[in-house]
Design a protein around this ligand. Structure first.
Ligand code: ZN
Length: 448
């Protein structure tokens, strides 16, 4: 989250939830040291939790300004926030029961409630499109396509104070190249900028090319499905849609082995519906598919599973099923019962296609643990575990350097949104390209 102050104007850019280690997540409860009532706008880049996950907490603490973003970002953010509020409430109720029965620690108060999410929903203003400038007089913000997930933007901001104007670019999250359905990132405009804030998630490494990644994916399906099932833990937003898009393409090209594909996640199904409502944000290839066959995420072999009963019924299938379910890191949700059922049998495969955080079940599978614990039960891992790494929605190091190189002259650059290693490595790359760089600390104030 960034607070920008100029004269009496106060605006925020993003307000994401910290994710990962407990001391980092504890920051989610820090009430920001500012008068939230005086903030007029929150400019949201996109709907990932680490960019929008704390907005209802701000609303609970007095923020009532306008939330500005693209239409798909608004709809996806509301879906994600409603889901988070529901999960937090369920966790608190479960902890309260434990405390009553076993005298455990008092339950943590949810960060925000479904009512706070409903209040947040009222604050979204008329959606913007790429290329559009929101002009507040002393401050203007132009939304550009970041090519990251549907509706994701980077922001070009012009701020005026005492007759002097400064231009600042917020990279948001930059997208990977050649992604299914989503366009490649747009380059920044030719107007010189004074400052750049650039994300650095993969600032120290390059991804495998998408074409190689797709070949790896195909080979796991081809080798497993004739004898067993393929279980794919997937994030509900973006990765699930990407997989469906790829498999639809394979199906049309007769490259998909005979199988039934199940999307077993109500949240992913809802997110897919948002994608379909906003096909104007797709890349050219996906728009052609829409014109030709309607829906690029549906094909005869795919079934969407809404209810828990339908999910449990999938346990009766012995071979030929691809089951996509959440959570993406296997730390909750329907994926757990699929793993418990499939891991003991060597004819099955688990396909890991996303980042698996330290301490999660997904990470233990990647690390090759032969026994794992699922809901208190120990489960033998005899299924093959394949990790396919190239599906990132984020730009890699080369792409971040290519994208920033469009900026002439070089703006002073703040590295943000990354761990220390990748950030330091990207800083070295930017410095070699003629940028002056700096790495701000949490809650640091900088005079521009
Ligand atoms: Zn993101």
């Amino acid at each position: 989250m960034y607070l920008l102050e100029a004269g009496t104007r106060r605006v925020l850019v993003d307000s994401g939830a910290f994710q990962g280690a407990p001391d980092l997540e504890a920051r989610n409860r820090d009430v920001p040291p500012m008068d939230l009532k005086s903030v007029s706008h929150l400019f949201l880049t996109h709907a990932h939790q680490d960019h929008c996950g704390r907005i209802p907490f701000l609303v609970k603490n007095g923020f009532s300004g306008a939330i500005v973003c693209t239409a798909p970002a608004a709809e996806l953010a509301q879906l994600m926030l409603e889901d988070t509020a529901k999960i937090q409430q369920e966790e608190a109720e479960r902890d309260a029961r434990h405390q009553k029965d076993e005298g455990g620690p008092p339950p943590a108060e949810p960060l925000f409630s479904p009512a706070d999410v409903a209040k947040t929903a009222q604050l979204f203003s008329k959606p913007v499109v790429y290329g559009e400038t929101v002009d507040l007089g002393d401050l203007s913000v132009t939304y550009r396509d970041a090519g990251h997930i549907l509706g994701a933007a980077f922001l070009e901001m012009k701020v005026s104070e005492n007759g002097a104007a400064k231009r600042i670019i917020f990279s948001g999250d930059q997208g990977n190249l050649s992604k299914p359905a989503i366009p490649d990132p747009e380059l920044p405009s030719a107007t010189p900028a004074d400052y750049l804030l650039i994300e650095s998630t993969y600032g120290d490494r390059d991804h495998k090319p998408m074409s190689e990644t797709i070949e790896e994916f195909k080979s796991v399906l081809t080798s497993t499905l004739p004898k067993g099932n393929v279980i794919i833990p997937a994030f509900a937003l973006e990765r699930a849609q990407e997989l469906l898009y790829l498999m639809r393409g394979m199906y049309e090209n007769h490259e998909l082995p005979p199988c039934a594909v199940y999307l077993d996640s109500p949240l992913a199904i809802d997110a897919t519906e948002v994608y379909m409502r906003h096909s104007e944000f797709f890349n050219e290839e996906a728009q052609k598919v829409v014109a030709r066959s309607g829906n690029p995420f549906r094909f005869p072999a795919v079934e969407f599973i809404h209810d828990v009963e339908g999910s449990k019924k999938l346990n009766g299938i012995e071979r030929g099923a691809v089951i996509i379910a959440g959570s993406g890191m296997c730390n909750g949700g329907r994926i757990l019962h699929h793993l418990r059922h499939h891991l003991p049998h060597s004819q099955n495969a688990v396909l890991i296609i996303g980042y698996q955080g330290e301490g999660t079940l997904g990470r233990r599978l990647v690390n090759g643990d032969k026994i794992v614990h699922i809901r208190g039960q120990s489960v033998a891992v005899n299924a093959a575990v394949h990790t396919v790494n190239g599906f990132s929605a984020h730009a890699d190091r080369s792409e971040l350097l290519r994208w920033s190189s469009a900026l002439k002259p070089r703006p002073h650059t703040f590295l943000v949104h990354g761990e220390e290693g990748p950030m330091t490595s990207l800083a070295a790359g930017l410095n070699a390209n003629g940028f002056s760089t700096e790495m701000p600390n949490y809650q640091q104030t900088i005079e521009l």
